[in-house]
Design a protein around this ligand. Structure first.
Ligand code: AMP
Ligand code: MG
Length: 343
């Protein structure tokens, strides 16, 4: 073959390859679960594989929601919360494994995350929407009943709560769901990437966005409707907790849904929002709640000790601090805004 023919053959091959380049297919599903609207975007080379995966994801999300819902009367959590101190068997092993992992996070955060804050969450009206401000005596009583260490787990008998105590997975369920879906989505032939938007506070990214490059995630400005900035991320979970996400106002005061287990009242730590980036959804969701309760100083100390996640802290005065791992990936909407990189 002459050089000219070889070049021609190469050109034809390139043209063929370009023509055959598998186009990324994108399938979206929107589902109402876990008290919020969830959007799942599944991308890949095979549309039908993406559709099947997206449908399976919706089914699994509903199953997770059904087991973990604190308000659904046929859920495991409802049964546990209404068992009057009796043992309750988790319906499946993943529920017990999640409980074990979440309780570990409660212990590691020194109780800043405490699943048993639920009676207080109800007393403030965050489950019913009938908001009220409990008085001091009631808060003291509620706080005395918050203690994740009182949750008992037994391989044979299941799970047990002392009478008068209740728990909920609200602080970790979305993150856990992201992990559960990501585990098999990553292994699904024909699926190359996905973005699981599990409500306003939990995002799981799988692979990179179609066309290449990390996914771009908008971080809400806790002081208003706008965007604080954009975070790029791939193959990790991004969880945000903030007082702006669920709150009510009474007598000129704002009360939000993230409670300090020590006082049973909304955590006023000086932080307006906390975003945690981690390979684990459970960690990013649970930690964002816990670090919000801790406040900037303890949150930074906790990060320095662990170093296995990244965090972006927004204080009530608007100042932004982030860990070095996010220095390149976070771009503030206002280019003039000062961003303090922690060390
Ligand atoms: P998140 O939006 O992930 O920060 O979780 C907040 C939800 O978790 C609330 O709506 C409550 O159901 C529950 N919760 C509130 N405060 C705490 C806390 N300190 N520890 C564990 N769960 C909490
Ligand atoms: Mg959380």
């Amino acid at each position: 073959m002459t050089a000219a023919r070889r070049l021609l053959a190469l050109a034809v091959l390139c043209a063929l390859l370009a023509g055959c380049a598998p186009q990324t297919k994108q399938v979206e599903r929107t589902v109402f679960a876990m008290d919020t609207v969830l959007t799942l975007t599944v991308c890949g080379t095979d549309r039908s594989a993406c559709q099947t995966a997206a449908d399976r994801a919706v089914t699994e999300l509903s199953a997770i929601d059904k087991a973990l819902s604190a308000t659904g009367e046929d859920s495991f959590v409802w049964a546990l919360n209404h068992a009057n101190g009796a043992w309750v068997q988790p319906p499946e092993t993943w529920v017990d494994a999640l409980l074990a992992d979440a309780l570990t996070l409660c212990a590691e955060t020194g109780g800043a995350l405490d699943l048993t804050a639920y009676p207080a969450v109800q007393a403030w009206g965050f489950t019913s929407g009938e908001y009220r401000v409990p008085d001091r005596t009631e808060l003291e009583q509620l706080a005395s009943r918050i203690d994740y260490r009182a949750v008992e787990r037994s391989e044979r008998q299941g799970v047990r709560l002392p009478e008068g105590m209740e728990l909920d997975f609200g602080a970790v369920a979305k993150g856990y769901a992201g992990d559960a879906l990501a585990a098999w989505l990553r292994e699904t032939p024909g699926v190359t990437s996905a973005l699981l938007n599990l409500g306003q506070s939990s995002i799981q990214t799988i692979g990179e966005r179609p066309g290449g490059g990390p996914w771009r995630i908008a971080i809400q400005d806790p002081s208003g409707e706008g965007t604080l900035g954009v975070l790029t991320a791939s193959d990790c979970a991004v969880g945000t907790s903030g007082g702006y996400q669920r709150y009510f106002e009474s007598d000129g005061q704002t009360y939000w849904h993230i409670l300090d287990p020590e006082t049973a009242a909304p955590a006023r730590s000086g932080l307006a929002s906390v975003t945690v980036v981690s390979p684990s959804g459970l960690t990013s969701d649970g930690l964002s709640t816990a670090l919000f309760v801790m406040g900037r100083e303890d949150a930074v100390a906790w990060w320095r000790e662990r170093q296995d996640f990244d965090v972006l802290l927004v204080e009530e005065d608007g100042s932004i601090s982030l860990t070095p791992g996010l220095a390149e990936s976070f771009t503030p909407s206002d280019p003039g805004r000062e961003v303090n990189v922690l060390s």
